[in-house]
Design a protein around this ligand. Sequence first.
Ligand code: HDE
Length: 750
Amino acid sequence: RNPAKAVKDVVESAAEKVADVLSPDVPGAPGSAPPAVGEPTTPHGPLPPKPEQGSPQTRTPTGARTGAPATATGQQGDFLTTSQGARLRDTDHALKAGPRGPVLLQDHHLREKITHFDHERIPERVVHARGAGAHGVFTGYGTAENVTRAAFLAKGRETEVFVRFSTVLGSRGSADTVRDTRGFATKFYTDEGTFDLVANNMPVFFIQDAIKFPDIIHAAKPHPDREIPQAQSAHDTFWDFVSLHTEAQHHTMWNMSDRGIPRSYRTMEGFGVHTFRLVNAAGETALAKFHWKPKLGVHSLVWEEAQLLGGIDPDFHRRDLYDAIEAGAFPEWELGIQVLPDTPEETFAGIDLLDPTKIVPEELAPVQPVGRLVLNRTPSNFFAETEQVAFHVGHLPPGIDVTNDPLLQGRLFSYVDTQLTRLGGPNFSQIPINRPHAPVNDMLRDGFHQHAVHAGVAPYRPNSLDGGNPFPAGDDDHPFVDVPVQVTAAPKIRQNPASFDDHFSQARLFWLSMSPVEREHIIRAYTFELGKCYHQAIKERQLRCLANIDPVLCAEVATGLGLPAPEPTLPLAEVTPSPALSQVGRQWPGDGRLVGIVVDSDADLDTVGQVRRAVFAADMVPLLIAPHGGRLGDLPVQRTFATGRSVELDAVLLATAPVPAPDALPARDARADAPGATTVDPRVLLLVQECWRHAKPIGAWDTGVAVLDRAGVSGTPGVVTGDTAADVFVGVQQLMAQHRVWERFPAPVG
Ligand code: HDE
């Protein structure tokens, strides 16, 4: 399905429906009462299966479709049964010796019900516990054929995918908008076996060798004594580790930048981090780095928004993902590769390609698009799909192979190992979401949770009893072939190459590539995080690291901490900035962005209706924010002044100047009594002032203009007024293309 067309369809034929999806007051919308089906007193036939109950759930372990959605069960039959299918008369009362008990041990239904409940939870992921997933389709462009034989990249080839986004540090129930790295793991169910691209939204990692992974994670997770802080890096153990283990400085800089607080999963880049080795049909190899490029561009929250959202809507990113898909604004990325020659040195432009703390700037090796990912379906069941999905960097199709990056090599071990505990045994690839879509014909047998009923007597090779099956694939049968890379004769040693000792040059490259406003954000982030540390020695040590990255950065953070700025201990690296790393200065489409429209019964509702349609026509979603829920005239209200908060909006339009309800508390803000003051509902004032602080475009017409005066923002950058509401929206839309009104941020750091 073409997402652009889907949005147009929504606009033209069902504009109301999209708004209704977001309206808690409309039947069928999330949060509203379910559609009326009568009182639940009589057995009735099964509900129709949801469309999502199709593949990949309907695959057998051998990849064959079963026809019936055998695994899509639950709440669909006429009668309640035990797990064995016996119909039950009563599930509300335990079996007792008389109404006053005691309860009888023989009550199998009671024990089955409670025992199953007792075991409903599985261990959360040790990292990346908090996540949200979606199904989609990947379409190859055919542009990678000269470098890889991976068939799913062929021109026009469509492959089903499941993507799971995540934060790294927080528990399953933690907030979405914390400052952290984000996971971006994609399972491509290719015809040649599953390919898992287990990526992050940052292109580098804290450590160069997998053996350090427990160290960085122990340091970053909550302190072991009090188990705080949750989902944060702003604490002593994290900064203790990264200031001592200086190879972490580059990744830490990314975390302190706006990349650490994405606006949406839809506006994140993704990076495979490691260098992979590609093999083409002729057996020639190239090195490559994988990139996901979001269609909507890279956008971030501002720190105050992220903090507010942690309380107001801890599910902000999840909700955004699901709402966008359900509204037809399907999230979209291009997969790209940087292709680098496979030389014995495994370096490019002096950059060691096995060092996962280094990037290759796009200006030196352009990212070449090789396919398109569209997420178009939300999961039917969070646990079955998002929680049970199991990724592995070793799940590779023919044409893509690993390199000797020591971080990648350790990951190759870790991912199966962790699933053994998390998913309870070695058969997790038989869980519906993990089943390959390619035919599976392995000789793995038995084990906990074995679902397959394997036929045959000879799961070994060679055999004659099963006719010699299964046979190894020949060269012409598209097998996975390990690239016969030359292993250099070298002593067995616990050591990294000398080039891995450069820990600061690319942190400096990143810093110098930022625009002034992005640098300002980085300074504030370091100052905030180090300001939350208790130990003076840690702050001083991190300042010494910053001095080796950039003296301005170091001095600004030192000032914020009230500490002297140390001198660098190493010469500052000579680097060429990479403009591609900056988020500022580009224009992006606004698909699926949220535009709040403040209205009340005094507003010109015809004009509001026209603006609302214009917002839809721009592929954005209008949210009417009114004093009460329900409808204003014919228009559905999505948020009230009580439930609407600025942080979920990308821009706000004011069609009116709502006065506070006479009985509202607080009825008026303090300044309302000042001579000549216009009284505006303080919740609307707060909304406008927050939008202004967070550098969001603001527009007003008619009496709405008075709100700008009361909020003290009239005539400032990014505040649009005009003769007609249509003009105002056009002005706001233009501003939205650059995401924020960057001029509103404090004076740039030079
Ligand atoms: Fe992971 N990582 N990781 N990681 N990782 C896991 O596997 C690990 C690394 C990444 O949504 C775990 O199934 C080691 C880099 C993502 O299910 C575990 C090392 C990158 C996800 C694990 C790394 C990642 C994980 C925990 C250093 C970016 C979430 C649960 C050698 C390229 C996948 C699980 C999902 C999850 C180990 C480093 C990305 C423990 C040992 C670098 C997106 O196996």
